[in-house]
Design a protein around this ligand. Structure first.
Ligand code: NAP
Ligand code: GLV
Length: 312
């Protein structure tokens, strides 16, 4: 099989890892001037491909997107409407995401943002109240590949954890499944820390907004490693400024890199990371893509097929 390849940011490691796992396939690196027998290409592996990447590929049937979130990828110019898109599922990201969110949860539960502010004022903030992990309710928006691994990690740390999704889920021990749009207000009102691990879709755009923040307990904390489009920035700023929320940890933004004029850079209650919560790992990504290609060759459905109608 001939597979067309273009992955922005790959210095060759992913390509070599794929070639090692797929020795009987011809993986052809795309470039504007490469001579490619395009009618022989039946699959593509891509991330941030240039506009011409999908030109003249009449026999393309499967595209492997090298990311978990495909909101951006699905808008790629020229992506044919009739090919199956298969995204990464986990690929080493679950463990990293669990660590990232655990870090943010501990930051909030141990009130580290208050201590950081106190330190700036050289104030010995010895009086702050302790709160047990079991008394700290974590609400995770999303119960997918990442949400459930994060939930399991937090439950092992004795936090009280619930995940919200469209459909009811069987989740790791100690994690409660909450589902459906109607359940969201109550879910928010019982989340001391809210974590967004949803895909960005028409339905989830702007879900982290002022109405939701008002439903949360006063002084709650928000962690967003989902996508920047989930958050209404101004509403977060207002909720922080009125004390409705005590802080936020954000990994993703409407515009990345975050413009240096954006108020979040200097907001004392916002902790910013530059879209590093979970990075796909080379070997794990290559394993999954190679497995998916083998699965398709057997006539089976691989994990991670994107439902274009749902958007994830
Ligand atoms: P996933 O496996 O597709 O899981 C998505 C979850 O969201 C599912 O539980 C789904 O519920 C739920 N969901 C979707 N739309 C919903 C809606 N309208 N209402 C309620 N629940 C809804 O995705 P994943 O692999 O866990 O990844 C989640 C997201 O994390 C990605 O899309 C990406 O944006 C982000 N991400 C960020 C980083 C980073 O470094 N910051 C890294 C990787 C991924 P159902 O299953 O019931 O439909
Ligand atoms: C990273 O944000 C991903 O979606 O893989």
């Amino acid at each position: 099989m001939k597979i067309l390849y273009y992955c922005e940011g790959d210095s060759g490691n992913l390509l070599s890892a794929l070639q090692a796992r797929l020795p009987s396939h011809d993986i052809i690196e795309w470039s504007a001037d490469a001579v490619i027998a395009k009618s022989e290409i039946t699959a593509a592996i891509a991330w941030m491909p240039p506009e011409a990447f999908f030109d003249d590929l009449p026999n393309l049937t499967h595209v492997y997107a090298v990311a978990a979130g495909v909101d951006h990828f699905m808008k790629t110019a020229g992506l044919p409407a009739d090919v199956d898109v298969i995204r990464l599922t986990d690929a080493g990201m679950g463990q990293q995401m669990a660590e990232y969110v655990l870090y943010g949860v501990l930051h909030a539960q141990r009130q580290m943002h208050e201590f950081q502010l106190a330190q700036l004022e050289k104030h010995w903030a010895h009086h702050l109240d302790a709160r047990a992990a079991t008394d700290t309710r974590i609400g995770i928006l999303g119960a997918g590949q990442l949400g459930r691994i994060v939930a399991e990690r937090l439950a092992l740390n004795r936090f009280t954890v619930s995940c919200w999704s469209r459909g009811q889920k069987k989740l790791p021990a100690g994690v409660t499944s909450v589902f459906g749009g109607e359940a969201l207000p109550e879910f928010a009102s019982s989340s001391d820390i809210l974590v967004c691990l949803l895909p960005l879709t028409v339905e989830t755009t702007g879900i982290l907004n002022g109405d939701l923040f008002k439903q949360m307990p006063r002084g709650a904390f928000v962690i967003n490693p989902g996508r920047g489009g989930h958050l209404v920035d101004k509403d977060l700023q207002d909720a922080l400024d009125t004390g409705q929320l005590s802080g936020a940890m954000l990994d993703v933004f409407h515009e990345e890199p975050l413009p240096d004029t954006h108020p979040f850079w200097e907001h004392p209650r916002v902790l910013i990371t530059p879209h590093i919560a979970a990075k796909s790992l080379v070997n794990e990504s290559a394993d999954q893509i190679a497995d998916s290609i083998a699965c398709v060759a057997r006539g089976e459905q691989p994990a991670g097929i994107v439902d274009r109608h749902r958007g994830y």
